[in-house]
Design a protein around this ligand. Structure first.
Ligand SMILES: [Zn+2]
Length: 198
């Protein structure tokens, strides 16, 4: 899935690559203050290392997604390695957060044919995104807000990062998030978790 239904002015904020002990709690603080529910695609290994943050994400009422066990490129994984990355990620997130993830997102959006039978068995549909303000190159916070504001449309799935893949990504997300939320609300968007959008 690349976007949700277009019939309502809803958009979903999604956060990849956490939980991160420095940035994720600050992202959660902003979301709580603003009353926004979002979706977090966690890396299983990081969820196992920061279980209390994974649990807080769930307890704050956000949705959980599986972003594999170790964030390897699934393009380079055999079918057996692919299954292990997905299942171990799923199980680690369920154990750490106290409930299983509802969605799956592949690292960098790169899937292979072995992915689909595994995520079907786990009942976690594969979710991509329609707007990504920072891909594999750093973009400053103001530019990210402008990028999303210019490209958002009803049903948009916005891909953000609450941890570093690109250096500094988590800190930039913390900085841009309040301005992004106000800008989307000014344009009439309600921010929803993925389950409400799809
Ligand atoms: Zn990622």
């Amino acid at each position: 899935m690349w976007r949700g239904r277009r019939s309502e002015r809803l958009a979903a904020l999604t956060f990849d690559d956490g939980p991160d002990p420095r940035h994720t709690p600050r992202v959660l603080d902003v979301l709580a203050r603003e009353g926004v529910k979002a979706t977090f695609f966690l890396i299983g290994r990081r969820a196992a290392e920061a279980a209390e943050i994974a649990r807080r994400i769930a307890e704050d009422g956000h949705e959980l997604g599986n972003h594999t066990w170790s964030h390897r490129s699934l393009w380079l994984c055999s079918p057996r390695q692919t299954e292990r990355e997905i299942v171990e990620g799923h199980d680690a997130i369920a154990r750490s957060a106290g409930r299983p993830p509802r969605f799956f997102r592949a690292p960098w959006g790169m899937t292979n044919l072995a992915v689909f039978p595994v995520i079907r068995r786990l009942a976690t549909p594969c979710v991509f995104w329609s707007v990504q303000p920072e891909g594999q190159r750093a973009a400053d916070p103001e530019r990210q807000v402008r990028h999303v504001t210019a490209r958002v449309a009803p049903g948009a799935i916005v891909d953000l990062h609450d941890a570093d893949g690109v250096p500094g990504a988590g800190a930039r997300t913390v900085l841009m998030l309040p301005a992004l939320i106000s800008s989307l609300r000014r344009d009439g968007y309600t921010l929803a978790a993925l389950g409400d959008l799809l």
